[in-house]
Design a binder for this molecule. Structure first.
Ligand SMILES: Nc1ncnc2c1ncn2[C@@H]1O[C@H](COP(=O)(O)OP(=O)(O)O)[C@@H](O)[C@H]1O
Ligand SMILES: [Mg+2]
Length: 369
C-alpha cells in the first residue's frame, strides 16, 4: 500500500536532524572555545582528525598541518618513541596522563603541558581525545618556589651556625676580658680593704657594699657566659649540660623538672647537641615565663633512626593560634632549628591543659653547615 502523506511521515526525521544540528553546533562551540587544547585522533590509525583553535594557538601549527597526520608525524610530538609508546598504552588501557610533558612549539620554544587522553567509542569508531593544558608558567613558579625554599633552608643553617659561633665568641670575650678584670678588681679591692682595716662603721659598711657588688657582678657575668654558650656543652657533653640546665631551672624557678634520658651517651655531633639544647632551653624558659606550671618534664628517646624530644608542663597552656604557625620569635626559632635538621615539631596545648611539645629529628642525613 502507498504512503498517503510522505511529508508528514518525515516530520520526526526532520526534527531529529534539527536536534542533531543543534547538538553538533553546541558541542562544536564548546570544542572551539575551550581554554584547553583538544586533539582528536582515530584510535585505530593514530591519525589526527581534529584540533581545536586553542591548541593551534598553543603550538603554532595550522589546522592543515595537523589533519590526517599520525600523531608522531607532527612537530610537537616528534619524540617518536614516546608518542608511539603513549599510543600503544592508550590502545591497551584506554587512558594515559602526564603532568609535565615537554612539547616543542613550531617557533622552537619548549613548553610543559599537562596531558590527559581517553579512548571512547563514537558510533562504532574508536576515538582518542587528548586534553592538553599549558602549565609552563606554573612549572616555572613551582621550580622557583622549590629553589627559593632550598635557599632559605641554606640561609637558616648559615644564620643559626653564625649565631652559635657569635655566642661562643661573646661568651669567651666576656669570660676572658670582663671576668679577668673583675678578678683583678676583687684582688685589688681585698688588698686595699685589708690596708684600711678601719673601725669606722660607715666606711666598713661601704666596703661591704662594694664587696657585695663585685660578687654579684662576677655571678651575673658567669650566668651570662653560661646562657650564651653553656661551657658544659663543650667540656662535659650534651647529657651533663642538659642535666645541669634542668637542675638550675628547678633551683631558679622552684618548678620540679623530671629529666628522662634513655641513653647515657647519645653520640650527638655539635650541630645536633647544640640544637636540642637550645630547644630545651627555650622551652624551659617559656615554662618559667608563661606557663605558671607546678611540674615540667623533658624526655629524650633514641629511637634508632631518629630522636624524640618531649617537653611538657602542666601549666595554663597557650591559645590555639600560638600552637600553629604564629610568628613569635621563640617558637619561630625552635621551628627553624627543627626544620634545618629535617625534623618535625608538634605542639599540643590548650587553655588550662598544659603544653606538650614533641620534636622528632632524624639522626642521619643532616646538612653540614
Ligand atoms: N609552656 C607554655 N605555656 C603557656 N604559654 C606558652 C608556653 N610557651 C609559650 N607560650 C606562649 O607562647 C608565646 C610565644 O612564645 P615565644 O615565641 O617563646 O615568645 P616569648 O617567650 O618571647 O613571648 C608566649 O608569649 C606565651 O604566650
Ligand atoms: Mg620564649
Amino acid at each position: 500500500m502507498q504512503n498517503p502523506s510522505p511529508q508528514l511521515d518525515n516530520v520526526p526525521a526532520l526534527d531529529a536532524l534539527k536536534a542533531l544540528r543543534v547538538s553538533e553546533s553546541r558541542y562544536r562551540r564548546l570544542f572551539e572555545t575551550a581554554q584547553d587544547g583538544i586533539l582528536l585522533l582515530n584510535a585505530d590509525t593514530a591519525q589526527i582528525e581534529d584540533v581545536n583553535p586553542y591548541l593551534i594557538d598553543m603550538l603554532g601549527y595550522s589546522h592543515a598541518e595537523f589533519l590526517g597526520k599520525k600523531i608522531w608525524e607532527v612537530g610537537p610530538f616528534a619524540d617518536i618513541e614516546q608518542s608511539k609508546e603513549m599510543f600503544a598504552r592508550l590502545q591497551s588501557t584506554g587512558y594515559v596522563s602526564y603532568d609535565d610533558l615537554p612539547l616543542r612549539t613550531k617557533a622552537g620554544a619548549l613548553i610543559a603541558v599537562e596531558f590527559v587522553s581517553n579512548t571512547y567509542d563514537c558510533e562504532g569508531i574508536r576515538v582518542i581525545q587528548c586534553n592538553i593544558r599549558d602549565v609552563t608558567t606554573r612549572k616555572h613558579a613551582e621550580r622557583a618556589l622549590t629553589e627559593s625554599q632550598a635557599h632559605l633552608h641554606q640561609l637558616t643553617i648559615f644564620l643559626q651556625t653564625a649565631r652559635e659561633q657569635d655566642r661562643t665568641h661573646f661568651a669567651r670575650e666576656l669570660h676572658d676580658e670582663l671576668g679577668q678584670n673583675l678578678t683583678a678588681l676583687r684582688m685589688d679591692f681585698n688588698a686595699l680593704a685589708a690596708c684600711l682595716a678601719t673601725t669606722d662603721t660607715a666606711i666598713a659598711s661601704r666596703l661591704a657594699t662594694i664587696d657585695q657588688m663585685i660578687t654579684s657582678t662576677v655571678d651575673a657575668t658567669r650566668l651570662m657566659c653560661e646562657e650564651l654558650r653553656p661551657g658544659m656543652l663543650d667540656d662535659l657533653g650534651f647529657e651533663a649540660a642538659i642535666s645541669s640546665h634542668a637542675k638550675n631551672f628547678t633551683r631558679q624557678f622552684g618548678v620540679p623538672c623530671d629529666l628522662l634520658l634513655d641513653s647515657e651517651d647519645y653520640g650527638l655531633d655539635k650541630l645536633l647537641s647544640t640544637s636540642i639544647f637550645r630547644i630545651v632551653q627555650e622551652s624551659l624558659t617559656n615554662i618559667a615565663r608563661h606557663a605558671r606550671a607546678s611540674h615540667a618534664m623533658v624526655a629524650l628517646q633514641d629511637r634508632g633512626g631518629d630522636l624524640l624530644l618531649t617537653i611538657a608542663d602542666d601549666g595554663c597552656g597557650m591559645s590555639a593560634e600560638l600552637t600553629g604557625e604564629e610568628r613569635t620569635f621563640g617558637m619561630l626559632g625552635m621551628r627553624e632549628r627543627v626544620d634545618m635538621l629535617g625534623g618535625r615539631i608538634a605542639i599540643d596545648s590548650a587553655n588550662g591543659r598544659g603544653t606538650h611539645i614533641e620534636v622528632s629529628i632524624p639522626k642521619a642525613a643532616r646538612p653540614t653547615p
